[in-house]
Design a protein around this ligand. Structure first.
Ligand code: PLP
Length: 444
């Protein structure tokens, strides 16, 4: 009966649903009939190990009973209320987030997701500094709304690019494919920071409101910043009076084995944006955590922005229950342990064995496998912004092996739920190891 229902849903989808980022005609989306824990079931009822956490958001896995119950309980009390009123779920979510975030990020403005969190963070920075320009990195993603996608430094910007939004870009630190011909992490840090300071000076520091940066760039490649880089960003922001916005939409709430990725480097951004993992996406929610100094700008002066659903009770109740479950079940510690004990060593072994693997890198439950045709030249297995037959075959082999993977251009990402068991994590690595023989056939 489920499978019949799935077939009907598929047909209606193709007749009436308009999908994100896609040419609509050729689409063949996978139907999901059921989800639980680390698994999803496709339209044929086949179980797949979710190594994607969907859009890297189901950090606590699927259908966590405590969070499902919290949403049901909240729905029975107050489903929705205007944002001007006090609502207990929002108050508690804000308190918990302020407690977990680093430094003096003591106030929270809630949004519907990550893109509008970044839009609002930029607006706050602009009003706070009285400046307009925003600096962002190439190979970044900040969301699909007009400003967020223009701040974005990947190909999704191309169809939306327009002048006048006031964005300037810099090249990120990316040790595997260094833009600065670096041969060591130290060199990469020094040269990437020198380049960033040059961009600031060439753009005019007095015109720059904010520098927005994913703390570990996610979809663009999970390239972990080299040692010293984030401290350098903090120093440059301080030196030129620029607001540092840490985009933790994908990496916040435990993904990298710390509550927030900036915690790895003990850094304190001025604004931090979050979404996804805050409530595992069970109900849409995002937000901006705000430093005391920026909060003071809006102590007397009205903030020129708002949303009907700022702090939606169902979303905030889900956040409270999610954070509680993550603490009770030690999920951030589990993510760190899986990173150091299973994914780190397991992926290093895989890299050694397979000629198609150019690089593996990551932290916690957040890893990239970068595939190449030739390890010497590092020629990617699919071009930047595109796919290839080889990558298509690899994705097919992973699915046939029983996995739902996250793939982007020439990379496969390992981004499972943080509460995955060691056995499930090892099973995922085994599926990857087997499937990679397909990619090896395209490599020298
Ligand atoms: N920022 C980062 C780093 C993201 O990964 C994403 C989504 O993938 C966004 C922002 C946008 O979030 P949303 O899709 O919730 O608007």
């Amino acid at each position: 009966a489920d499978i019949e229902e799935g077939r009907r849903a598929y047909q209606q989808d193709r007749e009436h649903v308009f999908h994100s980022w896609s040419a609509q005609a050729g689409l063949d989306p996978m139907t999901v009939l059921r989800t639980e824990g680390s698994y999803v079931w496709d339209g044929e009822g086949r179980r797949l190990l979710d190594f994607s956490s969907q859009m890297v958001n189901t950090n606590i896995g699927h259908q966590h009973p405590a969070v499902v119950r919290a949403i049901q309980d909240q729905a029975a009390k107050i489903c929705t209320i205007a944002p001007s009123h006090v609502n207990a779920a929002r108050s508690e979510a804000a308190r918990l987030i302020a407690e977990l975030t680093p430094g003096d990020l003591n106030h929270v403005f809630f949004t519907n997701g990550g893109a509008d969190a970044n839009e609002h963070a930029i607006r706050m920075a602009r009003v706070h500094t009285g400046r307009h320009k925003v600096l962002s990195a190439y190979r970044s993603y900040h969301g699909g709304t007009d400003l967020a996608v223009n701040v974005t430094g990947d190909t999704r910007r191309f169809g939306n690019d327009h002048a006048g939004v006031g964005v300037a870009r810099f090249l990120p630190a990316y040790p595997y494919r260094s833009y600065f011909d670096s041969t060591s992490e130290e060199e990469e840090t020094t040269r990437a920071l020198r380049h960033l300071e040059d961009v600031i000076l060439l753009e005019g520091p007095e015109s720059i409101a904010a520098l927005i940066l994913e703390s570990v760039p996610g979809t663009p490649g999970i390239y972990v910043p080299p040692k010293g880089y984030m401290q350098g960003v903090r120093n440059l922001a301080d030196k030129y009076g620029i607001v540092w916005i840490a985009d933790e939409v994908m990496v916040g709430f435990g993904r990298t084995g710390e509550w927030f990725a900036v915690d790895h480097w003990d850094q304190r951004p001025d604004l931090m944006t979050f979404a996804k993992g805050v409530n595992s996406g069970y109900v849409p929610l995002g937000g901006v955590a705000i430093s005391d100094e920026i909060y003071q700008t809006f102590a007397e002066r009205p903030y020129p922005g708002g949303l009907t659903y700022s702090g939606h009770p169902l979303a905030c109740a889900a956040a409270v229950a999610t954070i509680q479950a993550m603490k009770d079940e030690g999920m951030v510690e589990n993510a760190r342990r899986l990173g150091t004990e299973v994914f780190g060593p397991g992926l290093a072994e895989i890299a050694e064995k397979h000629p198609s693997v150019g690089d593996v890198r990551g932290l916690g439950c957040f890893w990239a496998i970068e595939l190449v045709k030739d390890r010497q030249t590092k020629e990617p297995l699919a071009p930047y912004g595109g796919s290839s037959a080889a990558m298509g075959e690899l994705i097919g082999a992973l699915k046939a092996g029983g996995m739902l993977p996250f793939a982007n251009y020439n990379r496969i990402h390992v981004a499972p739920p943080l509460n995955m068991s060691t056995e499930e994590a090892r099973e995922g690595l085994r599926i990857i190891d087997e499937a990679l023989s397909v990619a090896d056939a395209h490599a020298v």
